[in-house]
Design a binder for this molecule. Structure first.
Ligand SMILES: NC(=O)c1ccc[n+]([C@@H]2O[C@H](COP(=O)([O-])OP(=O)(O)OC[C@H]3O[C@@H](n4cnc5c(N)ncnc54)[C@H](OP(=O)(O)O)[C@@H]3O)[C@@H](O)[C@H]2O)c1
Length: 258
């Protein structure tokens, strides 16, 4: 578990009274987003597939006095997503912010890619994002407000060798973001994407050290980003400061893609 200790630069009441769901928050970027949302005053519901690790994140943040609820849910399963939304409404009566963060990789050159690996990546990263988004629309439309923030990737913008499934899913998220933004804008709901570059988490720890060196040289701000860099972008998009922004992709990539 890598919940950060570094404090937020945002006001403690930035998201006071708001309820947020963060998917895939048992580690890495999702855990940092959950912490930042807590630090800025939101009530937070976190989910992942593994009961132990999500409970650890919840214990750490609850010990700090934050209002946070952990639910075991696999976002690739429609029934799990529906239960996640129902439990959140039962607990907090509203959903103001959805952060679609859960994601996986099954990297392989396309020629050797197995159907089941393609299916798993698309089902989790793209279909899971759609399930969660569709499920929060009804409560958000009722409230006539809401913020949906989808974690895509620069790989969805530029592609990458060995990542056809991941690139397709992350590019799909950008299309889903724009279409949903157009559908629900008149209902007071904004839908935006964040495209992180290389961020230091378990996901990027799989990249061999030599390749990491080469990647760092491609980044104008040198070095990989931190999960908190993405979390701060989420707080901005969830805040009133971003109320006239929708259908956009905010790159948090140290200038890697421009
Ligand atoms: N790290 C980067 O450089 C980078 C760059 C661009 C974009 N991103 C994106 O940012 C997001 C987070 O990445 P990360 O680096 O923090 O990854 P990570 O360390 O591998 O964490 C992924 C999180 O998602 C959860 N998860 C995976 N499948 C799930 C499912 N079906 N249902 C619910 N939860 C699920 C995992 O928990 P369980 O395994 O317990 O379910 C874990 O909490 C992903 O969407 C990733 O594609 C990351």
């Amino acid at each position: 578990m890598n919940v950060t200790t570094e404090r937020s630069a945002f006001r403690e009441d930035l998201l006071s009274g708001k309820t947020a769901i963060v998917t895939g928050a048992s580690r890495g970027i999702g855990a940092a987003i959950a912490q930042r949302l807590c630090e800025t005053g939101a009530n937070v519901v976190i989910c992942s597939r593994s009961a132990d690790t999500i409970a650890q994140v919840a214990d750490t943040l609850q010990d700090k006095g934050y209002t946070l609820h952990a639910i075991v849910a696999d976002i690739s399963q429609k029934a799990d997503v529906e239960a996640l939304i129902e439990k959140t409404i039962a607990q907090f009566s509203q959903i103001d912010i959805l952060v679609n963060n859960a994601g996986i990789t099954r990297d392989m050159l396309l020629m050797r890619l197995k159907d089941e690996d393609w299916d798993a990546v698309l089902q989790t990263n793209l279909t899971g994002t759609m399930y969660c988004t569709r499920a929060v629309l009804r409560p958000m439309i009722r409230q006539r407000s809401g913020r949906i923030i989808n974690i895509s990737s620069v790989i969805g913008l530029m592609g990458n060798v060995g990542q056809a499934s991941y690139a397709a899913a992350k590019a799909g998220i950008l299309g889903l973001t724009k279409a949903t933004a157009k559908e629900v804008g008149a209902r007071g709901i904004t839908v935006n994407a964040i495209a992180p570059g290389f961020i230091t988490t378990d996901m990027t720890a799989q990249i061999p050290e030599q390749s990491q060196e080469q990647l760092r040289e491609m980044i104008p701000l040198r070095g990989f980003g931190h999960p908190e860099d993405v979390a701060d972008a989420v707080c901005f998009l969830a805040s009133d400061a971003a109320s006239y922004i929708t259908g956009q992709t905010l790159q948090v990539d140290g200038g890697m893609v421009m």
